[in-house]
Design a protein around this ligand. Structure first.
Ligand code: NAP
Length: 308
């Protein structure tokens, strides 16, 4: 086994505590050597207020994971790439498409790896759904992503700010799966519901067609209480496919054919180690491009104010 990659983590918040720290602790490909965050701290390693201070103080760092909100990721990524560190970007990889294009070029120029991570793509039944859809003729598909923002994103102001994506923050997870399992898609129309006191949408209805003319609908709702739905459905020649639970369970005509516990972040870190060792990058912009297109083409609908 090669030497562990010395990694630092930036932006210590919910996802770092829930997923990055446990995944890194179990992965022998890495040694977590430092963290940088304005308030958050990781125990038992040196902590710094920002990435610049961390890079100065810990020159042996080889890679960084950038887990702050997307609006603040580009500058940190640029700093890390210029310092020739490999970069793992949380999803969404940036606040704009052009930012991430720029980072891709910078990674290549500096001879380091850039990973635009899409955790939902690593959900356990996604590959089985992709294989199923590749084996049949699809007639139509529907994405239903409905969750309760108060439950999953309490007090996260950045998510409602410009560049925070609103309901497209979870919606881009659906798109990261859809763009992996369905034929290439184009948006034909969209309606985005903006609460009158917020800069980002709380719901959206988007219509796509695939390059071969199939209709795909996407229904995003952030006010869903009770059961939550993170489902992609497809009507096919071999039956009705339902990929549910955010990609964790696959059923055809009601019969479950794949279900296992999720291990998205361990798999993301395994993939990152693979590209670091191979000195390549893995940056698929398709999910981010669709979100940008929905904001560009979508009709803006003003709805009731939202309060936490
Ligand atoms: P979060 O709890 O708000 O944590 C993000 C951290 O980034 C903050 O705690 C903050 O720590 C730091 N930060 C740096 N600059 C900031 C700024 N200007 N404004 C606000 N925070 C700033 O958010 P999160 O849920 O971990 O999400 C972070 C990223 O991970 C997002 O892109 C999100 O889409 C993605 N993600 C989240 C989840 C989830 O379930 N929450 C799941 C998958 C992916 P300091 O105050 O210490 O600097």
């Amino acid at each position: 086994m090669s030497q562990p990659i010395k990694i630092g983590i930036v932006g210590v918040g919910k996802i770092v505590r829930d997923q990055h720290l446990p995944a890194l602790a179990k992965d022998q490909n890495y040694r977590l050597v430092a963290a940088a965050s304005r308030h958050g701290k990781v125990e038992n390693i040196p902590n710094f207020p920002d990435i610049e201070a961390m890079l100065d103080a810990v020159p042996e760092l080889e890679a960084v994971s950038l887990c702050m909100p997307p609006q603040f990721r580009y500058d940190a990524a640029r700093t890390a790439l210029m310092a020739k560190k490999h970069v793992f970007l949380e999803k969404p990889p940036g606040a704009t498409v052009s930012e991430v294009e720029d980072l891709k070029a910078l990674a290549a120029q500096n001879g380091v790896s850039l990973f635009a991570s899409w955790h939902s793509r690593y959900a356990p039944a996604v590959e089985a759904a992709r294989a199923f859809l590749n084996s049949t003729k699809i007639r139509s598909a529907a994405i239903n992503w409905k969750e309760d923002v108060r439950r999953w994103h309490p007090n996260q102001e950045w998510i409602w700010a410009p560049g925070g994506f609103g309901v497209f923050d979870p919606g881009i997870n659906a798109l990261s799966i859809a763009t992996h399992i369905l034929p290439p898609m184009l948006i034909t129309s969209a309606v985005l519901d903006f609460p009158e006191n917020r800069a980002s949408p709380v719901a959206a209805r988007v219509i796509f067609r695939t390059s071969n003319g199939l209709p795909v609908t996407m229904d995003l709702d952030w006010l869903q209480t009770g059961p939550q739905s993170w489902d992609i459905l497809a009507d096919t020649d071999k039956g009705a496919m339902v990929l549910s639970g955010g990609g964790s369970k696959l059923a055809i005509d009601g019969k479950v054919i794949h279900e296992e516990p999720e291990a998205e972040y361990p798999m993301l870190y395994r993939r990152f180690a693979e590209i670091v060792r191979a000195r390549t990058s893995d940056v698929d912009l398709a999910p981010l491009q669709h979100v940008a297109d929905a904001f560009m083409l979508g009709k803006r609908n003003v709805v009731e104010a939202f309060f936490d």
